[in-house]
Design a protein around this ligand. Structure first.
Ligand code: MRU
Length: 321
């Protein structure tokens, strides 16, 4: 089953809020339904949002007002706006262009995964132990992931030992989605609390951190799920590589630095409540940043389908895109 697809003139997508308990499928016929699915993270992950944006414009018949509302559904992953704009630029061939975006997601992510696996084997092989964060797997894309795509490519080459997965508070993309994908793939893995990530690295349990990205700024700063930046700090302290796997559609040359990226702040209830029950005092306010910025200087390498960018080179190379 593809994470997101186009069937008989509408969008079909896995409802990621229901996993791992249930593999439920959503049938989305209107842009309002699509916006709702994106806001509640039924459809999530930067590349999948790009495809959702593209298919959404096809669903909207190219209606610009609906397209602008769709673009605003989530602010941080640049892929959503990228997918919307790409299809809007082809009013003569909306569905064909949206289907191109859908198909390219698979080939592009497979390509960057091979590039990432090559880099890791060259640098730290023959066996790689990895820490990852959030979900950058097939569920964040169409059918092949970015960071988890790299891990799949390593697995295919018999070079992946073990994966440590951060649970990824507060919406648990790690414990619900990444652990589910790794289970399906037969990849040995262990779940840890987000706050244990730096200790896993410091204890030498992994020899690389591999994550995805929601946006790479022109200077090479990487915006990804909240909790990524501390892993980069710990990786630098331990002297292990911090690897970012992302398609070119995630590289935003129009945004100079990470400080210029709009960081989504989500509902306080995601922190103050657990499974619908309030757990913190009712007077307590929460600040629920959904993403953080890892400065380029902490990023060892960014692999895309076209390039392998080292941190020093990231700014000029990204600007060339
Ligand atoms: O809030 P989410 O679940 O959409 O956040 C997703 C992430 O932060 C992923 O790491 C990122 O989109 C890369 S997915 C290939």
């Amino acid at each position: 089953v593809r994470t997101i697809d186009w069937q008989d003139g509408h969008i079909v997508a896995i409802d990621q809020t229901r996993l791992p308990a249930e593999l439920a499928v959503l049938h989305i016929h209107t842009v309002d339904e699509l916006i709702d699915a994106i806001k509640r993270l039924a459809i999530r992950g930067a590349p999948a949002l790009g495809v959702a944006g593209a298919l959404g414009v096809a669903l909207a018949g190219g209606n610009r007002e609906l397209a602008q509302r769709l673009k605003a559904a989530r602010p941080t992953a640049v892929n959503l706006a990228w997918g919307v704009d790409r299809v809007l630029s082809r009013p003569d061939a909306l569905v064909a262009e949206a289907l191109s975006v859908l198909g390219e997601d698979v080939t592009v992510n497979r390509a960057l995964s091979q590039r990432g696996a090559d880099w890791l084997l060259d640098r730290i092989g023959p066996r790689v132990d990895v820490q990852t964060h959030c979900n950058a797997g097939a569920l964040a894309c169409v059918e092949w992931g970015t960071a988890l795509g790299v891990l799949r490519a390593l697995q295919e080459r018999g070079a992946l030992s073990h994966v440590y997965v951060d649970e990824t508070r507060p919406l648990l993309q790690g414990s619900r989605l990444t652990a589910w994908e790794l289970t399906q793939l037969g990849i040995p893995h262990t779940l840890v609390a987000d706050s244990a990530g730096a200790s896993v690295i410091a204890r030498g349990l992994v020899n690389a951190v591999v994550v995805g990205a929601d946006r790479v700024a022109a200077n090479g700063d990487v915006v990804n799920k909240i909790g990524t930046y501390p892993l980069a700090l710990a990786a630098r302290r331990a002297g292990i590589p911090f690897v970012v796997a992302a398609p070119e559609s995630t590289v935003d040359v129009a945004t100079p630095t990470g400080a210029d990226v709009p960081i989504e702040i989500r509902d306080e209830a995601e922190l103050t409540h657990l499974a619908g029950t309030r757990i913190s005092p009712k007077e307590t306010r929460a600040l629920n940043y959904a993403f953080d910025v890892t400065p380029a200087e902490l990023v060892t390498v960014i692999v895309t389908e076209r390039r392998t960018l080292a941190p020093d080179a990231a700014a000029p190379a990204a600007t060339r895109a």
